[in-house]
Write a protein that binds this ligand. Sequence first.
Ligand code: F6R
Length: 270
Amino acid sequence: MRVIIEKNADAVAVRAACFVAELIRRKPACVLGLPTGGTPLGLYRQLIRLHREEGLDFSQVTTFNLDEYVGLEATHPQSYRYFMQENLFRHVNLDPAKTHVPDGLSLDFESSCEKYEQMIRAAGGIDLQVLGIGSDGHIAFNEPGSSLGSRTRVKSLTGETIRDNARFFGSEDQVPRLAITMGVATILDSRRCLLLATGPGKASAVRSAIEGPVTAQVTASALQLHRDVIAVLDEDAGGWLTRRECYAEFERAQRLLETGQWRELGIGKQ
Ligand code: F6R
């Protein structure tokens, strides 16, 4: 896993936007997997800025969101469809028909979840899956104990996630108890994953996910099995990692490689 530690949340957003924009420029009809929550807001602001100031073109991009609460209308201010509409979709030139969020209203969970998986396959799979991480180490709504082989399905939220998300609803009892979520295996099928984390509240989860054992108790740790994951963290979220020096060293070498500074890498000195 490539681990990039930036100074603060703003720098994380800028760096994450570079990865997303680079993909869109290289592959205009790419497929993005997107999260909601507090973490990606800075990234979405950067993407909107790139669209307005540099003409970043979303017209051929397809998106699939990770999850949606069960029982909330798309017009409910706390539904994830509404969140995406307000924080990204309506500010860029995405084709609404190419934006997908799991259907939180269909109570035929099995067929709506299977349909979501089929739509991802029909779009050619996800090129870049952006992820946040819960303070208990979850990705999407794959709470501790979720199967690492799971696919899109309905899940009940843990007390910790309900407490974490109550800040958006005003109180804990207004938070829905069920959500439709991509599974861990659905996420691992993506060609690249971009894991974002900011703030000291994520430091423990980030350390378990990146340096702990692969376990269903920390579903983000399954990302260690993926061949192309980039974690972009701020100093607070990366503060508990024990191998920070190694990650920084790798990034320095990566930069030298990308800019062709072979001699600095010790190539061609003899
Ligand atoms: C949301 C999602 C969740 C969040 C996670 C972190 O679509 O998939 O896994 O990424 O709960 O949430 P924030 O960013 O609000 O700390």
